[in-house]
Design a protein around this ligand. Structure first.
Ligand SMILES: [Fe+2]
Length: 197
């Protein structure tokens, strides 16, 4: 049985998504740019709509810098309001809520390839940024798959990152972890300047 790629195409929102990042994000911006690039690369791999997947990646934590540590509110009213300002369809809200499975899993299951990819890659892009920042050069060009894997095994490093969510690529995407890291890392290297890394 094949899995639906995405519920709707909303790639036309890409320029508006860039505007929202500029206006509403701060510390989270690099993570969102990274996740947008990774989702675009994963769309290419799986045959999804590249711009739609990129928009989902770019906006999935749009509300994060406004939460004031109230993480229960993540993907709630603030996000819904921000998305309404660009006329985003309900499917985008659903795709974003699906990445926050412990809160929204029942209502928004991981039932498309887009949702599965976003769920798996979310923790990985943040982790790769953390790996880059402990390199002497702090340059993502110097990061390799094997250095990422080594740090994943070091449980004390970036301990808040859920390793099992990253590793679920094997089950959810039927993609080996090495390949998943390679695709994500290459995508992030392609936007190194925008990431400031
Ligand atoms: Fe995220």
């Amino acid at each position: 049985m094949t899995t639906l790629l995405q519920h709707a195409d909303y790639g036309h929102l890409l320029p508006a998504a860039h505007g929202l990042l500029e206006e509403h994000t701060d510390a989270t911006k690099a993570h969102l740019i990274a996740t947008g690039a990774a989702m675009e690369a994963l769309a290419k791999k799986f045959g999804g709509d590249e711009q739609t997947w990129k928009v989902a990646g770019m906006l999935h934590d749009l509300d994060w810098d406004k939460l004031d540590k109230d993480y229960e509110a993540h993907c709630g009213d603030t996000l819904e309001h921000l998305l309404s300002t660009i006329g985003a369809p309900q499917e985008l809200l659903g795709d974003i809520r699906a990445h926050y499975q412990h809160q929204y899993g029942a209502e928004y299951p991981l039932d498309t390839m887009l949702r599965k990819c976003l769920y798996c890659v979310d923790e990985l892009t943040g982790f790769i940024i953390a790996v880059t920042l402990v390199r002497p050069s702090k340059k993502i060009a110097d990061v390799e798959v094997k250095s990422v894997k080594k740090k994943l095994k070091d449980k004390g490093f970036a301990a808040q990152v859920d390793r099992s969510q990253i590793a679920s690529c094997e089950e959810l995407l039927r993609m080996p972890l090495d390949e998943f890291i390679q695709i994500t890392l290459d995508a992030m290297k392609s936007v190194a300047n925008d990431l400031g890394l």
